[in-house]
Write a protein of this length. Structure first.
Length: 249
């Protein structure tokens, strides 16, 4: 039986008996796949290494009638340290969920994997978790072919914009005149608009190499998360955990 070698990151692990796991991986060339890992819960076995969420490794698989099965793996990097901080870990989980929803297409999975690794690396270095996860959401939509329109007004095409608004109906920037007809549009200050432009133009690790004030980041993240929720037709709820904790405290 031919073996398949691929690099990928574990984004989900589910135990299905006392010894085995079912893994979900985002890979560089196979898209998002499910992998059966026999004896992965037994310490010291060949399948016990590299089968935890947030592990990036090189996986040797074979494909049977029921799907992919893990033969062996070599860990390249792990991001387990993020679990030490609730805020970082929650944002990491949110990032994994967004990536999982987008990685169904094998043609773009390699780009999603690279973006995901840079985001997790930025979180590991102590960068602002809200900035990293919201920038990730925006760049992810660009990779998937749904970038917001930011070159001019998405409605009237004017370049002469004094006050920039983000329209979820028109999927991008609109001018103050067109915003009068779009009551759901969100006004962007200069910092938030420039932040969006920066993320869409930046590449690789540079995507996360910027800073925003708390006030500007609040608007930036609100727009980014709402935009990806709209495009994926899904309500992401992991960050509500943090909101609920803040309300309790």
């Amino acid at each position: 039986m031919a073996l398949i070698k691929t690099k990928g990151i574990v984004i989900r692990e589910v135990s299905y008996n006392d010894t085995d796991k079912m893994l979900s991986l985002i890979t560089e060339d196979l898209g998002k796949i499910s992998v059966s890992a026999k004896n992965a819960k037994r310490n010291g076995t060949r399948s016990s290494y590299g089968t935890q969420v947030l592990t990036y490794g090189e996986y040797v698989l074979f494909k049977g009638s029921s799907g992919y099965h893990l033969n062996s793996c070599d860990v390249i990097m792990n991001y387990y340290n993020l679990a030490k901080d609730l805020v970082c870990f929650t944002h990491a989980a949110h990032i994994l969920e967004m990536a999982e929803d987008a990685a169904k297409d094998s043609e773009i999975s390699s780009r999603i994997l690279v973006l995901l690794l840079y985001a997790l690396q930025a979180l590991s270095k102590g960068r602002n978790p809200l900035l990293i996860s919201s920038a990730f959401a925006l760049k992810l939509m660009q990779i998937c072919g749904y970038p917001p329109h930011v070159s001019n007004c998405a409605v009237c095409d004017t370049y002469d914009i004094e006050s920039i608004y983000f329209s979820f109906k028109s999927c991008g920037f609109i001018c103050e005149n067109c915003a009068k007809q779009d009551t759901d549009a969100v006004m962007l200050d200069t910092g938030a608009a420039k932040g969006m432009l920066y993320v869409l133009c930046a590449e690789k690790g540079g995507i996360f190499n910027f800073e925003l004030s708390d006030k500007v980041l609040s608007v930036f993240s609100t727009v980014a998360f709402r935009y990806i929720s709209q495009q994926h037709d899904k309500s992401y709820r992991k960050l509500e955990i943090l909101k609920n904790l803040n309300n309790i405290n």
